[in-house]
Design a protein around this ligand. Structure first.
Ligand code: PBG
Length: 332
């Protein structure tokens, strides 16, 4: 029987069976696409669950080394470290960021000792985990974050991390000109191979709340970060930020948060062809967990659909607190 009105193309043909769907799949996610952010806390043998991030804990340095080994076993190529600095070690100027024996440096060394070069170590450059006011930089009497004074400190913070063995320096502060200054300092101090992953398009977002709890800056923060982080309404401006960071010496760029900014990821990849990473931030993690707990959908299904969307949009990889779960799913 011929059907006079048959469609010229039947896109359902290739979808009919699993083998065919596998064969036609355009985007493939692997554990190598994942970067696992970890929160470091003081002491030894300590695990502190983060209430606003169910399933995520802060670990003392020994526990961080174990998580890094787990990353290697799961095929996750890189961990990102964030310290929870005790309140009494925070100050107006965030000096603890420059202490060569701070939690961050201890964690870098512990991961290196445990894993050698089997895992990359990414470190966040910004002062918010160290300041008593929770802002990412130095502030004036009105609470305004000073750009150039802050950059001078960030350079020293980056060198402190590189000295301890960080592989990828990731400035998340959104000061103007910081990538250039950090790149110059790395070159001049014999770290020519230290990578810079610039948080290039980082938005002033409502999705960062649980992170601020995790690093202990949430309760301290006065005001907001809108004078340096980007307006969520802007896309062209993100491309200008990204262009500058590449010109200043970034090896890769990040868009943050993730899912609400897929258009920015896509445009960045199209415009520059550089490695683009997405940060699926704390609020995104918490919403998946809340959705799963409320019975909206299966946790793993929600997660994997979102992660593949980042890759489809052009990402080289994704920072996600769900990295170990995603890797387990992918490893079967
Ligand atoms: C600090 C920093 C933040 C995040 C990463 N680095 C918070 C902020 O800018 O307030 C957020 C990450 C997350 O929410 O998971 N500069």
């Amino acid at each position: 029987m011929t059907n006079a009105s048959y469609p010229a193309t039947r896109l359902r043909r290739t979808r009919a069976h699993g083998w065919s769907r596998a064969m036609h799949r355009e985007t493939v996610l692997t554990p190598a696409d994942l970067i696992w952010p970890l929160f470091v806390t003081s002491g030894s043998g300590v695990e502190e669950p983060v209430a606003s991030l169910p399933g995520v804990s802060r670990w003392s340095v020994d526990g961080i080394a174990k998580r890094a080994k787990e990353a290697v076993e799961l095929g996750i190529p890189c961990v990102a470290l964030f310290p929870n600095t005790p309140a009494d070690m925070r100050s107006d100027k965030g000096d603890e960021a420059l202490n060569p024996d701070n939690l961050m440096c201890q964690a870098i060394k512990a991961v290196r000792d445990a894993c050698g070069n089997d895992v990359g170590i990414l470190t966040d450059v910004a002062l918010d985990p160290y300041t008593s006011h929770g802002q990412d930089g130095l502030i004036d009497d009105d609470g305004y974050v000073l750009n150039d004074d802050t950059v001078a400190v960030l350079v020293d913070q980056a060198l402190n991390q590189a000295q301890a063995g960080a592989d990828i320096i990731a400035p998340s502060d959104m000061m103007d000109g910081r990538v250039k200054s950090i790149r110059m300092a790395l070159e001049m101090n014999d770290f020519p191979n230290a990578q810079i992953m610039a948080y290039a398009a980082k938005y002033a977002s409502a999705f960062y709340g649980p992170f601020r709890d995790a690093v202990g800056s949430g309760g301290l923060l006065k005001g907001d970060k809108k004078s340096y982080q980007m307006d969520p309404a802007n896309g062209d401006e993100a491309l200008r930020e990204i262009a500058l960071d590449i010109a200043e010496g970034a090896d890769s760029v990040m868009v943050k948060p993730g899912l609400a900014y897929l258009d920015v990821i896509w445009r960045a990849k199209e415009a520059f062809g550089v490695p683009v990473f997405a940060y699926q931030v704390s609020g995104e993690y918490a919403l998946i967990e809340a959705g799963a707990a409320a019975g909206v959908a299966d946790r793993e299904a929600l997660l994997m659909e979102k992660l593949v969307a980042f890759k489809r949009a052009g990402c080289s990889g994704v920072l996600t607190y769900h990295a170990p779960l995603a890797a387990r799913v992918l490893n079967g």
